[in-house]
Design a protein around this ligand. Structure first.
Ligand code: MF3
Ligand code: CO
Length: 291
């Protein structure tokens, strides 16, 4: 429990305003939800406007990387070339690729092709072929602030089946985003995602979720897409997290490559797709910070 602050004391957020004309009403609203038994965010999970401004600078690099990848990707391109490009764009803009050396991850970006679910290693041996689908997951550190988003790319002409999983996964993210608003719940988003996935015959990966992000690469809350409306954490202005569901064409089961302990594949070898956006809960809705 945070220390009690008087109405006329300076607000805990450092705005210099009195508590009563700054965060007092919000804190009371959060407290009421906590008493009702809801999971509520800790104060340190709510980003200040200054932090948001810094995170947005980081996100400019992240978006520039994905835009650059979009321009060069195609049949014959290796995923190593994508890795090199992300490193180049990020460092030239003054950032650091967040994946590089993160818990031993040896590359600047994750490139996950077809039945790879996530955390794919870029390689000069992976030459993209017409018909492949690939997720490029990019994360940036700038002045200590983090951004994180990923996109799917279709290589040349892909099968109807491949196109459909890419499109439906994107729709899941868009439908989830519509549910992000202050005083709603993370489960409102989760339900929108898994309902749309299931309606289309896809399964949602259970083990790997989204996360809070901004001050660190992976912060609380952990974001599931199997939750339901009214469940999970209360959404409060300043909360920032990713929506990044992974949809499988077959069963939800996945396995991790034992050789490197990173690369994740579908257990049944069917296709998997993922899109990721970084979202901020605002006073009147949501703002997409990175996409
Ligand atoms: N960008 C991934 C995410 O969405 C991070 C994977 S960890 C890494 O959370 F080391 F592989 F980058
Ligand atoms: Co992420």
């Amino acid at each position: 429990m945070e220390k009690k602050i008087g109405r006329n004391d300076p607000c805990w957020c450092g705005s210099g305003k009195k508590y009563k004309s700054c965060h007092m009403a919000t804190d009371q609203k959060i407290y009421k939800h906590a008493l009702e038994g809801h999971i509520v965010p800790r104060r340190d999970m709510l980003k200040t406007p200054e932090q948001v401004a810094k995170i947005k600078e980081s996100a400019k690099i992240n978006v520039a990387c994905l835009d650059a990848v979009e321009k060069m990707i195609g049949p014959g391109v290796t995923t190593k070339e994508i890795d090199d490009l992300v490193y180049k764009v990020t460092t030239e803009m003054g950032g650091i690729p967040a994946p590089l050396n993160y818990e031993g991850f040896p590359y600047s970006v994750c490139t996950s092709v077809n039945d790879q679910v996530c955390h794919g290693f870029p390689s000069e041996d992976v030459v993209l072929q017409e018909g492949d689908i690939i997720n490029v997951d990019c994360s940036t550190i700038l002045d200590g602030y983090y951004s994180d988003s990923s996109r799917m790319f279709c290589i040349g002409k892909v099968s109807e089946e491949a196109q459909r999983i890419v499109d439906v996964t994107r729709e899941c993210v868009e439908l989830g985003l519509k549910e992000v608003k202050p005083w709603g719940f993370l489960g409102d988003m989760g339900q929108a995602v898994h309902e749309h996935a299931e309606k289309n015959g896809y399964s949602v990966v259970r083990e790997i979720g989204g996360h809070g992000v901004g001050i660190d690469f992976h912060e609380d809350p952990w974001v599931s897409y199997l939750t339901n409306r009214g469940e999970d954490m209360l959404l409060v202005p300043g909360l920032m997290f990713t929506i990044e569901p992974m949809l499988n064409g077959g069963k939800p089961d996945v396995f991790v490559d034992k050789d490197n302990d990173w690369e994740v594949y579908t257990a049944d070898g069917k296709l998997s797709a993922q899109w990721e956006i970084q979202v901020l809960v605002t006073e009147d809705g949501a703002e997409v910070i990175s996409w």
